[in-house]
Design a binder for this molecule. Structure first.
Ligand code: GLN
Length: 482
């Protein structure tokens, strides 16, 4: 039953010598191949590399150089470049792209001796909230037939929920770690902007993108953060600041913790059944000694509008590199250079990506820049100030992650705006650059509900501590989909 064990437990099994990494890796690869047909949570299973990494990990251990991660299997969202292993970002544009280098996050896991089983499915270029925009097909939520797993890190969330891997990386630009974590009943953390290197993480909206952990427990998320966080000279927005041992403070008592409930996040957008689960979770915190008060984020209602100017603007610039000339897809028999550019992009990108490029190019064009892009940036500053003000009064904030539990595939694909509203409770956090978690906190109609815990800049250790303490007195994170 190795597939049911957490990273922390697998680490102990390997340390005790009860199982080797090669044996463990082979077991999980076999299971992954048998089971993933139901979910489509992986784009690439890299068995050869995984077994080679497992062998190297066993040697690392024999040489007395093991870390907590040595020999432990996990997976990467297919947005992190992996040297020699195809990296698609969920797009036809990169269907056959094999990077000649590792992302810093990838390199960090390798240095720790972790074993990557493959690359998880995702919305194309991380644009989406349901994993239906992937060129490699939709992902199915293990909690419900034909239900979405959330997005864009839906493959990682589904794989962890289905016990295919104990943990997986994700990225979060407007909610893409927290929302799929909530919809699949797992634990996810979006770190402070600049805490985790973006080098080699394919760019969507550079001022918002942040990589982070997705796992079943807060303890495992802390173990992932120990590997992922830290300064990287290759990313000019990465912050040079000491990295704590995120597992060291998991057991701090929560007595006296001041929790704020942002009243704007308990609005009519939230169904009463969802609200009840979130409020029950907050009551658990009161039992643990926390105090609760209402706070206000008056500009939060502007977050979606500001985000859907800023993120597409940055995406339109980032995606200009996919032109058929340098790497990735190129159309057949171009007539001339312009024909190559236009047909490559028309054929290589899916609809949602094209929509974002159009919106972004429009917002940045002369004559509209001030009215849209500049205005959105000003709103972003106001939203950030709301959080700064609120954190003068409280230590953390708690809210729902998404307005509803996992919806049925196809339900929101016809109207992009209903899809965008999936992130009403997560997007403002990216605009402000602060960290937030999603923690399993109950069920509605048999589908998981997440509790969002929002923190001030660089408070990841405190968030993980709060999540871990909750997981000592609840078992939502242990529930298994049938
Ligand atoms: N759902 C949001 C979007 O489509 C956020 C995606 C993300 O965080 N990568 O842009």
């Amino acid at each position: 039953m190795m597939h049911n064990k957490s990273v922390a437990e697998l680490s102990k099994e390997l340390e005790s010598g009860k199982i080797s990494s090669v044996e463990l890796t082979q077991q999980l690869l076999d299971r992954l191949k048998n089971e993933d047909g139901k979910y489509n949570s992986f784009i690439t299973i890299s068995d050869e590399q995984a077994l080679a990494e497992a062998k190297a990990a066993d040697e690392m251990r024999a040489a007395g150089k093991a870390t907590a991660w040595t020999g432990v299997p996990f997976a990467h969202k297919d947005i992190f470049c992996t040297n020699g292993v195809r990296t698609t970002c969920g797009s036809k544009m990169l269907e056959n792209f094999v990077p000649p280098y590792d992302a810093t996050v990838t390199a960090n896991f390798k240095a720790a001796g972790a074993v990557c089983l493959g690359k998880t499915n995702m919305d194309e270029f991380a644009m989406g909230s349901s994993n239906e925009s992937s060129f490699f097909g939709a992902v199915t939520n293990p909690w419900g037939d034909k239900r979405v797993p959330g997005g864009s890190s839906g493959g990682s969330a589904a794989a962890v929920a289905a016990r295919l891997v104990p943990a997986a990386t994700g990225t979060d630009t407007g909610g893409s770690i927290r929302q799929p974590a909530a919809l699949c009943g797992i634990t996810g953390l979006k770190p402070t902007y600049g805490r985790v290197s973006r080098y080699g993480m394919i760019a969507f909206a550079s001022s918002l993108d942040q990589g982070g952990p997705m796992a079943r427990t807060a303890e495992d998320a802390a173990l992932m953060m120990n590997v992922m966080a830290g300064f990287d000279p290759k990313d000019s927005t990465c912050i040079d600041r000491e990295v704590p041992d995120y597992t060291a403070t998991l057991n701090e008592p929560l007595k006296g913790l001041k929790i704020g409930l942002p009243k704007e996040y308990f609005s009519e957008q939230l169904s009463p059944a969802m609200e009840e689960q979130v409020r029950n979770a907050v009551r658990e915190y009161e039992k643990l000694g926390a105090t609760v008060k209402e706070v206000s984020l008056p500009n939060a209602k502007l977050a979606i509008a500001a985000y859907y100017v800023i993120a597409p603007a940055e995406a339109s610039a980032n995606l200009s590199r996919f032109d058929g000339a340098r790497y990735g897809y190129r159309c057949e028999n171009p007539k001339d250079l312009m024909d190559m550019y236009t047909r490559t992009r028309a054929e290589g990108f899916g609809n949602e990506v094209k929509r974002r490029i159009l919106v972004g190019s429009y917002a940045l064009s002369a004559g509209y820049f001030d009215a849209y892009y500049l205005k959105a940036q000003k709103v972003r500053r106001l939203i950030q100030q709301d959080f700064i003000n609120a954190f003068k009064e409280v230590d953390v904030m708690m809210s729902p992650v998404s307005p509803s539990p996992a919806f049925v595939q196809g339900e929101k694909t016809t109207d992009p705006v209903t899809m965008y509203l999936e992130d009403v409770f997560t997007i403002a956090i990216n605009l402000a650059g602060i960290p937030a978690m999603s923690v399993p906190a109950g069920f509605v109609d048999g589908l998981p509900v997440g509790l969002q815990i929002i923190g001030d800049y660089f408070s990841e250790a405190r968030l993980l501590n709060a999540a871990h303490q909750f997981q000592q007195v609840t078992d939502w994170h242990q529930r298994e989909p049938q």
